[in-house]
Design a protein around this ligand. Structure first.
Ligand code: F6R
Ligand code: MN
Length: 187
């Protein structure tokens, strides 16, 4: 075997599973998502241990110029009539962008600028999402299977969750079996 030929990490495009590399894994459960969903009573009635999403990331050295590669697996489900979603964040280093690639499932990527102006992009297998700097982002699973998306972002970007404690300007809910986008006052 030629030692100059190296086996890189593999990702299975069909389901986002990594192999051939050490992976860091973090699961976010209902109990971790305080004040994220609109219907607090519905949130309290959910099993607190219920997993909402898991992020798997390739182990990467930290530092200027390095990139994280990770897959978010967002389960299908709802809290009240609001679809399961990630917490959502700005990057702590606001100018740093990110790219998401849809792998499986059906959903939406909610993007919001620093002035509170929000927009949604459809996420599906093969979708490519350029998230510019200064733009908060959140995945929403509007389908009935796991929504998986691959992401690449600078290790120096960091996360700022606090800036969106008041919530995003749009919420995505199911009404009469339809996907419904609601504008939030003071979002
Ligand atoms: C990294 C990134 C994703 C999210 C993941 C979970 O910058 O955008 O890897 O971290 O989708 O979402 P949050 O971090 O909002 O809980
Ligand atoms: Mn991000």
């Amino acid at each position: 075997m030629n030692s100059q030929i190296i086996q890189p990490p593999l990702v299975a495009w069909a389901n986002g599973a990594f192999s051939h590399a050490p992976v860091i894994r973090k699961t976010t459960r209902i109990q971790d998502l305080t004040a994220v969903f609109a219907d607090g009573q519905a949130w309290r009635s959910c099993d607190p241990q219920l997993p909402v999403y898991t992020v798997e990331m390739l182990e990467t050295p930290a530092g200027e110029g390095e990139l994280w590669t990770g897959v978010t697996h967002l389960n299908p489900g709802k809290v009240g009539n609001e679809f399961f979603m990630t917490r959502g964040h700005f990057h702590a280093r606001r100018e740093q962008g990110e790219v998401y690639f849809g792998l499986r499932g059906q959903g939406l990527l909610l993007l919001q600028d620093e002035h509170g102006k929000a927009r949604l992009e459809t996420v599906c297998a093969g979708s490519v999402h350029i998230i510019p700097g200064f733009t908060a982002h959140r995945l929403i699973n509007t389908g009935s299977e796991i929504l998986s998306a691959l992401a690449v972002w600078p290790t120096i970007a960091g996360h700022d969750y606090a800036a969106l404690q008041g919530g995003f300007a749009l919420r995505v809910q199911e009404e009469n079996q339809q996907i419904c986008v609601c504008e939030v006052q003071n979002g």
